[in-house]
Design a protein around this ligand. Structure first.
Ligand code: SF4
Length: 71
């Protein structure tokens, strides 16, 4: 599965980092960053292939601006 972060929309609430530090961290710019991800040159989103969705599903549900996606 692919984990996608629409960084532009992130408001830096920090929920994803608290719930799922395996994949998410807040950067100095105050926005979330998907660890070890690649930036899609077309969309500017951060993308990461993952096998285990474990804590990710909760971040998708909790993110207040719905900028985390699993596809
Ligand atoms: S939960 Fe959403 S808005 Fe909050 S820091 Fe993470 S990506 Fe940004």
């Amino acid at each position: 599965m692919k984990l996608i972060l629409e960084k532009e929309k992130c408001i830096g609430c920090g929920s994803c980092q608290v719930l799922c530090p395996k994949y998410f961290e807040l950067e100095k710019d105050g926005k979330a960053h998907l660890k070890n991800s690649k930036v899609n040159p077309d969309t500017k989103n951060e993308e990461l292939e993952i096998e285990e969705t474990d804590c990710v599903e909760e971040t998708v549900r909790v993110c207040p601006v719905r900028c985390i996606h699993l596809r």
